[in-house]
Design a protein around this ligand. Structure first.
Ligand code: NAI
Ligand SMILES: O=C(O)C1=N[C@H](C(=O)O)C[C@H](O)C1
Length: 274
């Protein structure tokens, strides 16, 4: 039966189990031979708490009851896969480290303080964090770095992203990864050249800036362009995600990769060896 613990494979907790990514991850874990589901976590007061996760998702029972107790859930896990919200993720980083479980973080919209707290937890346990877990985007990160390093500031860099109407953070985590990659390629700090949220009389574009534009609408899964625009020519690097399975696949890979690694704060480039 799906969801039956198999000895020898890592036991996984999915946080935010009712969410768009949470449900995708529950499916991916229960269909995998390389890991098994030990718990499904939701926030206190959520209607799914106390229900079997499989039936709550509208399918067959999986024998795992949705809980709102992260301490008990993490105690039985080798990995926590977490696509929730910044405050929850910071709290989970401390708890997963105490349980010595690998913490795979897909949550975006984290502040610098949130990342500093996650860094502290990573002294004690393995944390893999990426604003995008897909193979394609992580390859695009490396391509962006290379193209930015090859071109000078005659090429204006713009990152354009599009997501579904429910997304709460902007620019997307992926857009920021791509902006960081472009800045690294150019040998500058993104914070010094970032231009987000143009509106009104903005003045002319500043040479060397890296601009961000966020589109929100409908059910767009996730689309990212990195444009290098010069006088007379333009290069655009593009990734289009059409199925959230690509993120879930990467997250499972990270959870398995993280087993028996030294404590530290890793990313998907480490996992994928890119
Ligand atoms: N890194 C990546 O590859 C990807 C990252 N994401 C990010 O993942 C996050 C979630 O995205 P979606 O699934 O679309 O959102 P969603 O809103 O559908 O799901 C979030 C879930 O987290 C739950 N949650 C919030 N606080 C919680 C707590 N304290 N304890 C337990 N559960 C809690 C919510 O109840 C909800 O079910 C976002 O930050 C998004 O940007 C999304 C897709 C891919
Ligand atoms: O919220 C989403 O949906 C997504 N979030 C991530 C991001 O912020 O980049 C990854 C993906 O694009 C989907």
């Amino acid at each position: 039966m799906m969801g039956t613990p198999m000895t020898g494979t890592p036991g996984i907790v999915i946080t935010g189990a009712s969410g768009r990514m949470g449900q995708m991850l529950v499916q991916a874990v229960t269909q995998s031979d390389a890991c098994h589901l030990v718990a499904a976590l939701e926030r206190e007061g959520h209607a799914w708490v106390g229900q079997d996760i499989g039936t709550a998702m509208g399918g067959a029972a999986l024998g795992v009851t949705v809980t709102d107790d992260p301490v008990a859930a993490f105690a039985k896990a080798q990995a926590v896969i977490d696509f929730t919200a910044p405050a929850a993720t910071v709290a989970f980083a401390g708890l997963a480290a105490q349980a010595r479980a690998v913490h795979v973080i897909g949550t975006t919209g984290l502040s610098d303080d949130d990342i500093a707290a996650i860094d502290r937890a990573a002294h004690h346990a393995v944390i893999v964090r990426a604003g995008n877990m897909s193979l394609g985007v992580n390859l695009l990160v490396q391509l962006t770095k290379k193209v930015a390093a090859a071109l000078d500031e005659d090429f204006d860099i713009e990152v354009i992203e599009a997501h579904h109407r429910h997304k709460v953070d902007a620019p997307s985590g992926t857009a920021l990864m791509l902006g960081e990659a472009a800045a690294t390629g150019r040998g500058v700090e993104l914070a010094d050249v970032r231009d987000s949220g143009r509106d009104g009389i903005t003045g002319a574009r500043k040479r060397g800036d890296i601009g961000f534009t966020a589109i929100r609408g409908g059910d767009i899964v996730g689309e990212h362009d990195v444009m290098f625009a010069a006088d007379g020519e333009r290069i655009t690097l593009r990734h289009v995600a059409t199925d959230r399975r690509v993120f879930a696949r990467g997250a499972l890979k990270a959870a398995i990769w993280g087993q028996d690694r030294a404590p530290g704060h890793y990313d998907m480039l480490d996992v994928l060896g890119l």
